[in-house]
Ligand binder design. Structure first.
Ligand code: NAD
Length: 306
């Protein structure tokens, strides 16, 4: 199958590209290399350096490639950045998504045309009253990034309805694993690990009780592989349904690396969700996905990848 992966030079997108190629698919990557890296690109995937905000460029690529599937990972994925200056996040995550959808509507080919999207369970629900959240939990984002993903989902539903292709929207938890950029804003595991490795104390924003749900990237990639065939116009949470605090991540990594110093406790950042856990029972029921790699296994795997 011909698949276009946007954001295929980034952390998660590059692993998705690798998995699709391993399965024998023909993969084309679009990325502007703003937070992605050439070294993440799979040599067996055709690469276009392009910005999804540029409709003309996107249309040209789609006209040439005529994909059956689009796996859309390109985005500005930083909460604090989106709070300081929201417009670029809206432009890439909403208008850029609309550009990709428009091009796919026009040039997508094949009977099983589908659009797979990486939304975020960690930001679209905001600070929910009840956790773990299900897909029916009200969407109340508290950052422009979260809002951009909510609107991205709506744009996808609209184009799918009008142009008659299927979609699968995954709402990810915090994803961690090899290739995550330790210099980025997100990715607590990569940031803490990157600092501890060189003997520096990581900063915990708040008192360490802020929680997230964590999945290893291999589990997330497996959802994207299953999503090529299963799930028709579905929104599916991805996660363990477990609250993992920043302190727990710090402690697990410190144990793994034999790091003896305490963290620095810095002021909590507003716009960040305080408490979340993401229930993925629906993904299990609808597409047969459930997470496999526990946090301790995942952290060991991550540490061993260096
Ligand atoms: P990443 O920054 O590593 O990957 C994003 C990729 O998109 C990068 O390669 C970047 O260069 C590319 N990109 C950005 N703007 C672009 C543009 N205008 N045109 C073309 N390419 C562009 O981030 P990631 O962590 O791999 O996230 C991938 C996707 O998963 C994003 O959509 C993100 O919102 C979503 N997501 C990630 C997490 C997580 O924990 N990492 C959680 C929830 C959702």
């Amino acid at each position: 199958m011909k698949i276009i992966v946007t954001g295929g030079a980034g952390f998660i997108g590059s692993h998705v590209v690798d998995a699709y190629i391993k399965k024998g698919h023909q993969v084309v990557t679009i990325d502007n290399l703003s937070t992605g890296f050439r070294r993440n690109l799979n040599r067996r995937a055709k690469f276009y350096k392009a910005d999804i905000r540029n409709l003309k460029a996107v249309l040209k690529i789609f006209q040439k490639e005529k994909p059956t599937v689009v796996n859309h990972h390109a985005a500005i994925a930083e909460v604090v950045k989106s709070l300081k200056n929201p417009l670029p996040t809206y432009e890439v995550n909403i208008l850029g998504t609309a550009n990709v959808l428009l091009a796919f509507s026009q040039y997508g080919r094949g009977k099983n045309r589908r659009f797979i999207f990486s939304s975020t369970g960690g930001a679209v629900y905001g600070d929910p009253e009840k956790i773990p959240v299900t897909e029916n939990t009200p969407l109340k984002p508290i950052s422009p990034y979260g809002l951009s993903k909510v609107l991205g989902e709506e744009v996808i539903k609209f184009y799918s309805r009008i142009y008659d292709f299927d979609y699968v929207i995954f709402r990810y938890p915090n994803v961690y694993g090899p290739r995550q950029n330790p210099k980025g804003e997100a990715g607590v595991v990569a940031i803490f690990h990157g600092l501890m490795r060189v003997g520096k104390r990581p900063a915990i924003f708040g008192d360490g009780t802020k929680t997230r749900d964590y999945c290893h990237v291999e589990d997330v990639v497996r959802a994207n592989v299953i999503g090529l065939r299963r799930g028709r116009n579905e929104i599916l949470n991805i996660g363990w349904g477990k609250k993992i605090s920043d302190q727990m991540i710090f402690d697990a990594l410190a144990k793994e690396l034999g790091f003896k110093k305490p963290p620095i406790y810095a002021p909590f950042k507003s716009g960040e969700v305080y408490r979340i856990a993401i229930r993925a029972e629906k993904a299990k029921r609808v597409i047969g996905w459930k997470p496999r790699i526990t946090l301790s296994e995942g952290i060991r795997k991550y540490s061993n990848s260096f």
